[in-house]
Ligand binder design. Sequence first.
Ligand code: HPA
Length: 280
Amino acid sequence: MTSFDATADDPTEALAETLKERLAGQETPRLLVVAGSGLGGFARSVDARLTIPYSELPGVGSSTVAGHSGTLVCGRTGNTPLLLMNGRRHLYEGMPAARNTALLRAILLATGVPVVVLSNAAGGLNPTFEVGDLMLISDHINMTFRNPLIGPNRDDWGPRFPDASALYSPRLRVLAREAALKAGVPVREGVYLAGLGPSYETRAEVSMLRTVMGADAVGMSTAPETLAATHMGREVLGISFISNLLTVPAKTTHDEVMENSRRVEEKFTKLVTAFIAELG
Ligand code: HPA
């Protein structure tokens, strides 16, 4: 019988070494931004010094989903050096959660970046939400039933049983609210529910997620990344953009999600840029 070794094909450390080599000579980034579905517009606003396609990073592979590009960008927003993951892997693509977050973790290992901004497109469950709203994530409900921390724990990365009572940094949310005010971008705040996808929700699920679980928005990402990043002691800001409303009896399509995300790109870019200035 062969023994089980969940770390045997974990590409994280090899990836971190590759990244150290590729990023040598670049400024130390102050934060990492992960641009979700259709929010790549922020990438165009970054003063890029180096762009690395995921295809050049062993074990990552580019995203298989239309609307998600796959590049790691090293550059600046204003005077702040940062890294941008333009495109991410999703659990519905089939990789285990630990593999799914390998690139994110490798970036954190390689650069020591202390702050991670995660963004996503999400369906609105809160009846007061409108398409195009931006929502600061106050907390999440992980209904993917996957956790990137399953497997042997790397005690040098973080604790076996990490606290999850404040995954989304209250300090960063205060800064984001101040940034939103200064930029004139209204923001909501609420609970993000992560599902596995790739199907959108049934009417019965929508009803349960809202009335039983109290979620404000639902998407297919972010929770695994938040768990991986906070495990490593990093501060996380989460931003959802409401790409469609589940509170109305209409069909949801990926085209609708992508179309609406393009319409919100400018607002999203304004908010993240103002947040980065506030972060200093
Ligand atoms: N449900 C799940 N994920 C999503 C949605 C949705 O309605 N919109 C964008 N991502």
